[in-house]
Design a protein around this ligand. Structure first.
Ligand SMILES: Nc1ncnc2c1ncn2[C@@H]1O[C@H](COP(=O)(O)OP(=O)(O)OP(=O)(O)O)[C@@H](O)[C@H]1O
Length: 547
């Protein structure tokens, strides 16, 4: 099938959607970058000012109040900038989520029926929900935070370098180990958490499974076996939890000890009498305080970096899956006008799903105003003929035309006024009774809605509802027969030229069937009607046997 992407200039990859969101929210994007940079810059100064204050105090000089105010002011400002960054990132993340979900939905509506047929509903849902969430996390707790943390580490290192070169060297040597240790702990914790979740879901699934098969379990005496399996799942969960707890427990103490060791090493060197060592490690009391402050500040971005890498990895997998979804074949339509009349022609049509042929070299014609019934065994392909008439599929060979136009090329807008399709059962849309009939098509007027309901004999029942046509629809407001009448009203409202009726009385009792058939007779007048029926005697007009 032809790839007709970029209809209406729609985005076809996550990168394009993100770029578009950034471009259309330039102010927001600029505010985020500013907050990130400001938070880094303002967090660098307080330890330096504190160092200055302590140096002044140890030298016996008066403490400058301006410096104290600046110290607290900058701490407050850093907090404010970090809060602003988080808030703005959350807003930005929501914009991304919105844009991605809209892009996915837009794509979804343009996919071919063939393509949709092959999709697992659960997999499609997870593109919209889980994968979009991971891409949102890419921004809220992924690359931007990573950028902020890397900048923070570099800027702290730079400040330490100017204050105490020896300490900067110690930290540079230590950082790879620190990073490796953090990643090691995080990876192990993650795999333990996944194992735990798997064990918990197995254990919780085991109870209903046992209940479901309780007779078989008792009859075959498998109680002990079921109990042992449950025990195994629970033990598996415990083992995983213990592993998580172990890593959780050791991480903080190791970091604290490392922190203390670095400070102790630097203090020992700075207290040494050797002039060579002192060129690298020598410092005043104020600098010592500032440096200690910086050391503890450097550990937290390293820890965050590990989590951010994890977030980015899973987000990239989500990006790949969404990109695959967006790259699927779309319905390729020729630029055609709406057909003039409802003459249906199948010319030597061959069609099948996958490799199985349903129609072979099949031809027939229905003329304007004709009433035709398709009859044939189950699975012969009657509903498939409707799908081809509605243009949901293209024939593999031959052609299906309505009024001379290939059915698959008929513009969507023209379809409502061309086809009225009634199925075996009614599919309710969320909304009022009127919405059921219009299907939110604003071109269908209230007058047409009322006429359609009157024609099917449903108007009185609708008017007796609390809010008439504006009553919110719930499953219990109509009987099964009334739902089917509503279905006919829905099909008739836009006054279509061609009515397609698929076994519409299949689920009804004899009395209701009579009501529905007489409503249908009124609706069918002066229209071309093609119906599917197993019971040929209940149908009217020319009969075409399929298969
Ligand atoms: N979307 C689909 N994907 C794959 N196979 C399909 C699909 N829809 C229908 N089929 C298969 O095509 C064949 C014809 O189906 P169709 O629904 O057109 O038959 P039918 O004559 O309307 O049957 P019934 O009278 O039972 O409604 C069946 O074997 C069915 O399993």
């Amino acid at each position: 099938m032809t790839n007709n992407i970029n209809q209406n200039n729609k985005s076809n990859s996550v990168a394009e959607i993100i770029l578009y969101t950034i471009k259309s929210r330039l102010l927001l994007s600029f505010a985020i970058v500013s907050a990130v940079v400001m938070a880094i810059v303002t967090s660098l100064f307080p330890p330096l000012i504190l160092g200055g204050i302590i140096d002044a105090m140890t030298a016996g000089q008066a403490v400058n109040w301006g410096m104290i105010l600046a110290y607290f002011g900058l701490i407050v400002l850093t907090g404010l900038m970090e809060a602003a960054r988080e808030a703005l990132l959350t807003v930005f993340g929501q914009k991304i989520t919105h844009a991605l979900r809209s892009g996915l939905m837009d794509k979804f509506t343009r996919l071919t029926a063939d393509c949709l047929n092959k999709q697992e509903p659960g997999a499609v849902v997870s593109r919209f929900v889980g994968d979009v969430d991971t891409v949102e996390a890419l921004f809220t707790s992924g690359i931007i935070s990573m950028f902020a943390d890397v900048c923070r580490i570099i800027s702290i290192l730079a400040v330490i370098w100017f204050r105490n070169k020896g300490l900067a060297i110690v930290i540079v040597v230590l950082l790879p180990f620190l990073f490796w240790f953090t990643r090691h702990v995080q990876k192990n914790m993650l795999s333990a958490q996944i194992a735990n979740r798997r064990a918990v879901s197995r254990a919780s699934g085991h109870v209903p499974e046992t209940l479901h098969n309780i007779r078989t379990v008792h009859t075959l005496g498998r109680e002990k076996y079921m109990e042992q399996r449950y025990d195994e799942y629970i033990s598996e969960g415990y083992r995983a939890m213990e592993k998580t707890n172990f890593y959780d427990a050791i991480y903080s103490p190791v970091i604290l000890i490392l922190n203390a060791v670095v400070i102790a090493v630097v203090m020992l060197f700075s207290a040494s009498g050797s002039p060579v060592v002192l060129t690298l490690f020598g410092m005043s009391a104020g600098t010592a305080v500032a440096v200690m402050n910086y050391i503890s500040q450097i550990f937290s971005p390293v820890e965050s970096l590990g989590m951010e890498i994890q977030t980015i990895q899973s987000a990239l997998a989500g990006v790949k899956r969404i990109d695959e979804f967006l790259a699927q074949d779309e319905f390729a339509k020729q630029d055609t006008k709406a057909p003039d009349g409802p003459v249906v022609r199948f010319d030597n049509v061959t069609f099948g799903y996958d490799d199985k042929n349903i129609l072979n070299d099949f031809s027939f014609e229905v003329r304007t105003g004709e009433q035709v019934t398709l009859s044939g065994r189950t699975g012969a392909g009657k509903s498939t003929i409707f799908k081809l008439i509605l243009g949901l599929y293209r024939p593999d060979r031959g052609s299906v035309t309505i009024g001379g136009v290939n059915s698959a090329d008929i513009p969507d807008k023209a379809k409502r006024r061309l086809f009225g399709y009634v199925e075996q059962s009614f599919h309710m849309v969320p909304g009022t009774v009127k919405d059921q009939i219009t299907l939110f098509d604003e071109s269908v007027t209230m007058d047409e809605v009322k006429k359609a309901a009157e024609l099917t004999g449903l108007d009185d029942a609708i008017m007796s509802l609390p809010d008439g046509y504006d009553t919110k629809c719930t499953a219990d407001i109509f009987s099964q027969g009334q739902w089917q009448l509503l279905s006919i009203a829905r099909a008739a409202a836009a006054q279509p030229k061609l009515l397609l009726l698929d076994e519409i009385t299949a689920n009804l009792d004899a009395d209701t069937e009579k009501t529905v058939l007489s409503a249908l007779k009124r609706v069918s007048e002066n229209r071309t009607v093609i119906s599917i029926s197993h019971r040929v005697n209940a149908s009217a007009g020319r009969i075409i046997t399929i298969g």
